[in-house]
Design a protein around this ligand. Structure first.
Ligand SMILES: [Zn+2]
Length: 91
């Protein structure tokens, strides 16, 4: 009887952070964008788009450069929390 390849040998899934992130191209480069649900927003965040703080409990997007900026060890360190509408308006 031939042996079938096990389904358990597949590559592991990516880490939770970034698993649902998409890439968006803006005027200054490529950004990872991950929607955050109202339930997941447990802190107060400052939106760089309008300089107003919001949350907790406000659905928004988290963005970070696809490539780490100079001086930061990880692009994830450059995460910013934006109002969904402010991010959409950003060029
Ligand atoms: Zn905003």
């Amino acid at each position: 009887m031939p042996k079938r390849a096990s389904k358990h040998l597949r590559a592991p899934r990516p880490l939770a952070v970034g698993a649902f992130a998409r890439v968006e191209v803006k005027a200054d480069g490529e950004w990872m964008v991950q929607p955050m649900s109202a339930q997941a927003a447990t802190k107060t965040y400052a939106c760089p788009g309008c300089n107003r703080s919001f949350g907790p409990g406000v659905a928004h997007v988290v963005t970070w450069p696809r490539v780490a900026g100079i001086g930061s060890t990880s692009a994830v360190d450059d995460r910013r929390h934006w109002h969904t509408s402010c991010w959409a308006r950003r060029s």
